[in-house]
Design a protein around this ligand. Structure first.
Ligand SMILES: *[C@@H]1O[C@H](CO)[C@@H](O)[C@H](O)[C@H]1NC(C)=O
Ligand SMILES: *[C@@H]1O[C@H](CO)[C@@H](O)[C@H](O)[C@H]1NC(C)=O
Ligand SMILES: *[C@@H]1O[C@H](CO)[C@@H](O)[C@H](O)[C@H]1NC(C)=O
Ligand SMILES: *[C@@H]1O[C@H](CO)[C@@H](O)[C@H](O)[C@H]1NC(C)=O
Ligand SMILES: *[C@@H]1O[C@H](CO)[C@@H](O)[C@H](O)[C@H]1NC(C)=O
Ligand SMILES: *[C@@H]1O[C@H](CO)[C@@H](O)[C@H](O)[C@H]1NC(C)=O
Length: 413
């Protein structure tokens, strides 16, 4: 089925001469084959499909009679096996914002390859892209954003760090004011300046406020550091993973001229719902990004703009801890994590165990295979860094944890 895309990773990446993540390929598998009960998964499919029916779902439908959603696509994976995968309901269904149905011959069922507007799931891809630039040594989470984009320091933002953007603690208000699609902006340069120079609502680090401005600025910062357009930065690793239905619609290319269009689920009758200040484009919104600010940024932003199919997102989720360093045997590394490293994991090392060490003597390991983690904080550099390496303590920790899991190993030498 669609996970054949993952099986072609090796082919695609060898063609492009890029490092492959071939250690783990999603496959279809029965729930029983991976130790799950099939009954609840079958019930789940029936149950989720029911939410396409109009009903009063109480607070979930604001006490009116409506469906919760017209349709969707679901994938559940366990131990690299796809144990449940189904599409339900309809992608295209309504003729207006009041819910007048299209004629039945115009209904389009959802399919597993239906492409959805990912909205803020884009932010996860932006974060991973940032981690890769950190991995390359070109970005430091704790440095001021202004050390990468000097203009960002305006309006008291000199102390906002990269990490604050990633954790929504920069102090930015939720959205740019006015919205980037407001006619007061004359061109793209003014929108970009508005984002980079935007005022804070709270002092840096003082408050958690979920803000699209954080991820809009991350995008500009990553472009500045790498000299590469943001969509290329994201596509450079999503394509590499075989995610061939994951993309930004750069340029807000309309309708049929966008190759993916026939697979894309429509979203909202936005102008009907919110009025004439909304972006002027064919309704319902389809093919171009639902988020008005991302639309005003030509379809590409760090906070929204990505489109993808469920199968592609499944590949991504499955690979978060996956080895990207196939061409560097012994140096297995996922996004931000070293993998399969006995020097700090001891006998707990395996390709599903990711972790990191710190120079002072610290280490952490998360072993997804056994659902175990190990944290060792230490200050082995006290009083003098050249006295020791504490890897033996890290390995001993792994040894005793493995023993407690009933495994038989010799003590690491
Ligand atoms: C889904 O299943 C739950 C648990 O059985 C049930 O309470 C709920 O009403 C079901 N939802 C629908 C839409 O049928
Ligand atoms: C939408 O799709 C489902 C399943 O594909 C179908 O049974 C249903 O009748 C369609 N129409 C509506 C209005 O839900
Ligand atoms: C939708 O319903 C509202 C309220 O009944 C009405 O004012 C409006 O004209 C309707 N719009 C369409 C497009 O039918
Ligand atoms: C940055 O932080 C330092 C130390 O807390 C403070 O003195 C300085 O005023 C801050 N700068 C800005 C631009 O907020
Ligand atoms: C994990 O490390 C061991 C020991 O270095 C090596 O033999 C094995 O191939 C590695 N596994 C993967 C999947 O890279
Ligand atoms: C630190 O330890 C090393 C190894 O024992 C020793 O050679 C060195 O002199 C020490 N440094 C100082 C400043 O004492």
């Amino acid at each position: 089925m669609r996970f054949q895309a993952a099986a072609t990773i090796g082919l695609i990446t060898s063609f492009l001469s890029l490092p492959a993540a071939t250690d783990r390929v999603l496959r279809d598998g029965s729930p029983e084959s991976v130790g799950l009960l099939p009954g609840p998964l079958a019930q789940m499919q029936m149950n989720l499909s029911q939410y396409t029916r109009p009903a009063n779902y109480g607070s979930h439908s604001y006490d009116e009679v409506h469906p919760i959603l017209p349709g969707g696509s679901v994938i559940v994976g366990h131990k690299a096996a796809v144990v449940s995968s189904f599409a339900f309901g309809n992608a295209s269904l309504y003729a207006n914002a009041n819910g007048t149905l299209l004629p039945p011959n115009a209904w389009v069922s959802t399919k597993m390859d239906t492409i959805y507007d990912m909205a803020s799931l884009t932010k996860v891809f932006t974060a991973i892209t940032a981690l890769r630039v950190i991995d390359d040594g070109k970005l430091d989470l704790h440095k001021p954003v202004a050390s990468y984009i000097p203009e960002f320091a305006t309006n008291g933002k000199g102390n906002v760090t990269v990490l604050m953007l990633l954790t929504h603690t920069s102090g930015f208000p939720p959205d740019p004011e006015p919205g980037l699609y407001d006619p007061s902006y004359e061109d793209m340069q003014q929108r970009v300046e508005a984002i980079i120079q935007h005022k804070l609502a709270n002092p840096p680090g003082s408050t958690y406020t979920y803000s699209d401005l954080n991820f809009m600025n991350l995008r500009f910062m990553l472009e500045k550091i790498t000299g590469t357009p943001f969509e290329d930065l994201v596509h450079s690793w999503t394509r590499n993973l075989g995610m061939t239905s994951t993309f930004f619609n750069k340029g807000n290319i309309r309708a049929e001229s966008l190759g993916y269009y026939s697979r894309m689920a429509p979203t909202e009758y936005q102008i009907e719902v919110l009025g004439s200040s909304e972006p002027k484009r064919p309704q319902p919104v389809r093919g171009t990004v639902h988020d008005e600010n991302a639309w005003a940024l030509n379809g590409v932003s760090g906070h929204a703009g990505l489109f993808a199919s469920a199968g592609d997102v499944a590949i991504f989720v499955d690979l978060m801890f996956t080895n990207f360093n196939g061409k560097f045997p012994g140096d297995e590394h996922g996004v931000g994590f070293e993998l399969n490293q006995s020097y700090f994991s001891g006998p707990m090392a395996n390709i599903q165990a990711g972790g990191h060490t710190g120079f002072t003597g610290t280490s952490l390991v998360v072993d997804r295979a056994s659902d175990t983690f190990m944290v060792l904080l230490a200050h082995a550099v006290h009083p003098n860094r050249t006295w020791s390496s504490n890897n033996i303590v890290r390995q001993a920790l792994g040894y005793w944890v493995a023993r407690s899991l009933g495994r038989d190993f010799a003590f690491p030498l």
